[in-house]
Write a protein that binds this ligand. Structure first.
Ligand code: SF4
Length: 312
């Protein structure tokens, strides 16, 4: 409602993945509570401003987290990315000026307005201020959602909050930022949870989803998974992502099969650079993060598979 009044909008949409039914149910209930309390509706808190929210669920495409494909999906169209310009702020939903934000950004506004910028600034470090809900998942003892101020080290999050792996084996890698986030080895566990610090180490915080892997993980398989994920989820609009991801899967397979591994590792790096700098949106542009981090931090997993000798 604050964002609606600030921009002069009378309607807002919360777009949620259909795979998250609990989130949809919770948001729907929150909207009903806000309507009953007069925070949403024809007269927001008795003012002359009207603003209401509609919850929309996506049809399962990862790329619909990108703002322009989200807008296409909201309009009932296929979730393909739109070329920019025009920016959504000028020409967005149904061709009207539209502000697109993550819910977490909008959710940070009330506390800043109620308690002041200094209160908010006191949480966090560097340019990463406030708190962040971290989703700890994968092979971890204490998985779940933990909201904390920016600045804890990755090691504190994994070892102290997460309690290490569920299997009890050593942590081999942690992927931060969702399926397109970089893999961090234990040597980088002193990295503070901070946007700039992660960027400096070749990673990203993204939506702060963390997946933990123990020492049985095969990082070449994880690199292949990233390329395969991109190939499946690609909207097909641009060539580096649409074609590159499929070629990426093939190239990783060649490395595993021992087909000119050195040449194919160089080719994979070249392909990653093309995807990183030539893709139209973050799906193709970020896929190189898990691939390159897996290859750089775990080169031993990119050795060809050992030959299995036939039994006599
Ligand atoms: S990077 Fe992939 S998902 Fe994004 S616009 Fe290009 S083809 Fe579509």
């Amino acid at each position: 409602a604050i964002a609606g009044i600030a921009t002069g909008a009378t309607k807002g949409y919360v777009y949620t993945r259909s795979e998250y039914p609990h989130a949809i149910a919770t948001m729907s209930e929150a909207v009903e509570i806000a309507r009953a309390a007069g925070i949403l509706g024809r007269s927001v808190m008795g003012s002359a401003h009207a603003f209401d929210i509609e919850i929309r669920s996506g049809a399962g495409a990862y790329v619909c987290g990108e703002e322009t494909s989200l807008l296409n999906s909201l309009e009932g169209k296929r979730g393909t990315v739109r070329a920019k310009p025009p920016l959504p702020a000028l020409q967005g939903f149904l061709g009207r000026p539209t502000v697109v934000n993550n819910v977490i950004s909008l959710a940070s506004v009330p506390v800043i307005m109620a308690r002041g910028a200094e209160f908010y600034r006191d949480f966090g470090m560097g340019r990463s201020r406030g708190t962040i809900p971290i989703q700890i998942a994968g092979n971890v003892k204490h998985g779940g959602l933990f909201e904390t101020a920016f600045g804890l080290t990755l090691g504190q999050i994994i070892d102290d909050i997460g309690g290490g792996t569920a299997t009890g084996r050593p942590v081999k890698a942690v992927q931060v930022g969702g399926p397109l986030g970089a893999y961090f080895p234990r040597e980088l566990f002193d990295t503070p949870f901070d946007y700039e610090a992660f960027t400096a180490k070749g990673g990203l915080i993204g939506h702060a989803g963390i997946s933990v892997f123990d020492d049985s993980a095969d990082m070449l398989k994880q690199a292949r998974f990233a390329m395969e994920f991109c190939a499946i989820e690609s909207c097909g609009k641009c060539t580096p992502c649409r074609i590159g991801s499929t070629r990426g899967v093939e190239t990783v397979d060649k490395i595993r099969a021992g087909i000119e591994p050195d040449k194919n590792k160089v080719l994979l790096e070249d392909l990653c650079n093309t995807m990183k700098f030539g893709s139209l949106c973050a799906l193709g542009g970020f896929t190189p993060y898990p691939v390159m981090s897996a290859m750089n931090h775990f080169p031993e997993d990119f050795a060809p598979a050992p030959m299995v000798e036939a039994a006599e």
